[in-house]
Design a protein around this ligand. Structure first.
Ligand code: PMP
Ligand code: GLU
Length: 398
């Protein structure tokens, strides 16, 4: 039998993907699971985007390999989007389109990290950041935050975490899993720190840009001193309900884009050609469906926060974006169900799945072992039923 590589052994399985699979397995057995595990919009992709894909197929122009970094007209459309939405000037040579933002991130890390380089990651974080960093034999350095400060790092914490070995700071705003959104003022404070440390580059994951209830989305690349040190990561999955289409991209200085292009050319080549063409329509066509989805998510957020109030002994921030709630459920750790101790968030997530028939994700993989993440990208009826089940299941613990 083959032993898995040391590289693979350094990496944990994605807990979001694992929970989603467990939930699918139970559903396949005929159990009615409400899945709030995987972070993906429950809406269909807007019709005009699907139509663009159908036309692309029928035109016969998209049957071949695309350029590795993506079609020129798509990269131009991304530049237009970045100017329109983010006041950022880029040229097509600054853009690399990939098979999802997950690949965009992996491209950056694999292209630039050496053994023992440090990557600063404010916790809680999206599960794949530290694992991708470990894949590169580099070292994640966490900045702890708590529910009491809305899970936001401070500029002082950032300054303390920087060492001569720091290569990147990576964060998402709006954040998965906390929903926290950094304001212009807060980002400005990070910039003041980062200006003192020119060797640190920023990976700014903006994939939840359009699911923001706080108002303004601010990219750190908008600060002139940061533009040449920032890799903006974005993608179609969340704001355009296109998770399965697998389109993500970076905007970065040309030499960084070139490096990612080289790497991607040895791994996947260009992203799916039809999905690339449809993405032009998504980015430059009607943006109202995206705004409508955001408004629906906001309504559900308010509903879920209300439903959570009925559950005793939990602490939850008010997420300002994304589509997750991330309550602290540690008051239930150490309780028992039928003689079995629920020791931690992993046990509690499994208990909620098997007893409550609600799939959610343990906070452990997100760097917050006291929390559980529930996605509220589900119908209002399902959300009402799910949180009733959670409440009933928690009430059975003693
Ligand atoms: N970043 C964050 C914060 C995410 O939640 C996700 C979820 N999929 C991704 C990146 C990756 O997105 P994609 O589906 O485009 O690979
Ligand atoms: N990003 C989503 C999540 O956090 C999708 C799953 C994944 O890629 O991790 O659940």
């Amino acid at each position: 039998m083959l032993n898995t590589s040391e590289t693979l052994n350094r990496v944990s399985e994605s807990s979001t993907i694992k929970m989603a699979q467990l939930s699918r397995d139970l559903t396949a057995k005929g159990i009615h699971i409400i899945s709030l595990s995987l972070g993906e919009p429950d809406f269909n992709t807007p019709q005009h985007i699907k139509d663009a894909a159908k036309q692309a197929i029928d035109s016969g122009k998209y049957d071949s390999y695309s350029p590795i970094a993506g079609y020129l007209d798509l990269r131009q459309a991304i530049c237009e989007k970045l100017k329109r939405d983010n006041h950022l000037e880029y040229k097509p040579e600054n853009i690399v389109v990939s098979t999802g933002a997950k690949q965009s991130l992996a491209n950056v890390f694999l292209s630039f990290l050496n053994k023992d380089d440090e990557v600063i990651i404010p916790a809680p974080y999206w599960v794949s950041y530290p694992e991708q960093v470990k894949l590169c034999n580099a070292v994640p350095v966490y900045i702890p935050t708590t529910v009491d400060n809305e899970f936001k790092m401070t500029a002082a914490q950032l300054e303390q975490a920087i060492t001569p070995k720091t290569k990147f700071l990576v964060y998402s705003s709006p954040s998965n899993p906390t929903g926290s959104v950094y304001t212009r003022e807060e980002i400005g404070q990070f910039v003041q720190v980062l200006e003192k440390f020119p060797h640190v580059y920023i990976v700014s994951d903006e994939i939840y840009e359009h699911i923001n209830y706080a108002g303004e989305h601010v990219s750190i690349a908008e600060f002139p001193s940061m533009k040449d040190r920032t890799i903006v990561v974005n993608g179609q999955a969340k704001g355009y309900a296109m998770t399965g289409w697998r389109i993500g991209y970076i905007a970065a200085p040309a030499y960084i884009a070139k490096a990612c292009d080289k790497l991607q050319g040895q791994i996947t080549s260009g992203a799916n050609s039809v999905a690339q063409h449809a993405t032009i329509t998504a980015l430059l066509g009607d943006q109202q469906p995206t705004r409508n989805m955001r408004d629906a998510f906001r309504k559900r957020r308010d509903l879920v926060l209300d439903l959570l109030k009925a559950i005793p002994n939990i602490k939850c921030n008010i997420p300002a974006g994304a589509f997750y709630v991330f309550p602290d459920l540690s008051a239930y750790f150490g309780k028992y169900f039928q003689g079995e101790c629920i020791k931690d968030a992993d046990d509690l997530a499994l208990y909620l799945l098997h007893e409550g028939h609600v799939a959610a994700v343990s906070g452990a993989g997100f760097g917050a072992p006291e929390c559980i993440r529930f996605s509220y990208a589900a119908s209002e009826d399902n959300l009402r039923e799910a949180f009733k089940r959670v409440k009933d299941a928690l009430a059975k613990l003693s």
